[in-house]
Design a protein around this ligand. Structure first.
Ligand code: ZN
Length: 288
């Protein structure tokens, strides 16, 4: 389990070490994120949501962190948060100045030591530290890494006017530097780490499977944002490209992870972040 601290600590999935480093812990109104759930839905689940996953006044606690996966001599980063100095449509994510790289270093990861970077999808809170500002230019942060992008996801955002700035400052410089590698939705990063397509939030969204037969652990990405969606899989974010598909993906995967007793590592879950689930009522619940 991870700690409620920017240095979240580490755990093991089989022989795979997974550490997590938080960029920020965000508290927001449920209605800001969810199209179909507000404070009343949170109140019905207060007994297990507060204080772990919601504040006392039932705001969502959303952690924005990077998972560091170490296996087979490789250092792999999954998702790269919001980043510093970016200009964004949200004030809170504009001109951020966090000690994210210092935290990565404290977890034993220097920018030069990263072998692979994978972004579950190309929204602004998952690609930010792909680049940093050096002498007024956006350059790849992890200069020795190969950045893997699911081809369909990259092509989707390449063609979008929406989020143009995000693509231009956090993805395009990586492509221009020759560090990008386009991969299929079932790509194996290394023995024991592979992608799986979990579409709906974005068209080419992928989660990351860990361990034997990909059943021991999963890094969710945004196919689920907050643990309320474990209990109520129909709760959907406002920013899903296909709400029906997102819901279907969540139902199918939650059933699978419950059946296989998979450790679920939530990309935006507050500590303890890693949970196992079991069937309960209309959905699932976190196993004690
Ligand atoms: Zn996100």
């Amino acid at each position: 389990m991870f700690k409620d601290d920017p240095m979240m600590g580490k755990l093991y999935v089989g022989n795979i070490e997974v550490a997590a480093v938080r960029e920020q812990l965000w508290t927001i109104s449920p209605r800001w994120l969810f199209a179909n759930a507000g404070y009343a839905v949170m109140a019905a689940h207060r007994d297990w949501l507060v204080p772990r996953f919601n504040t006392d006044d039932l705001k969502l606690k959303l952690s924005i962190h990077t998972f560091i996966v170490r296996v087979n001599g490789l250092t792999i980063l999954i998702d790269t948060c919001v980043g510093n100095c970016k200009q964004r449509s949200l004030d809170t994510w504009t001109n951020m100045n966090t000690p994210y790289l210092e935290r990565l270093a404290a977890a034993g990861v220097t920018p030069e030591s990263v072998d692979l970077v994978f972004c579950t999808h190309l929204h602004m809170d998952h690609v930010g530290w792909n680049t940093r500002l050096v002498n007024g230019k956006w350059v790849p942060t992890f200069a020795n890494a190969k950045y893997l992008f699911h081809a369909e996801e990259l092509e989707h955002w390449q063609a979008q006017a929406d989020q143009r700035q995000v693509f231009d400052d956090s993805v395009a410089p990586v492509v221009d530097a020759g560090l990008a590698q386009l991969v299929a939705a079932d790509h194996e990063l290394t023995d024991g780490v592979r992608l799986t397509l979990t579409p709906g939030h974005t068209p080419g969204h992928c989660s990351v499977l860990l361990g034997e037969e990909g059943r021991e652990g999963v890094i969710t990405g945004d196919m689920i944002h907050h643990p309320i969606q474990i209990a109520e899989p129909a709760v959907c974010s406002r920013v899903c490209s296909d709400v029906e598909q997102a819901m279907q993906t969540r139902r199918t995967r939650l059933a699978q992870w419950s059946r296989d007793d998979t450790l679920v590592l939530g990309t935006h879950f507050a500590a303890p972040t890693a949970v196992r689930i079991e069937p309960h009522a209309e959905g699932y619940r976190i196993r004690a």
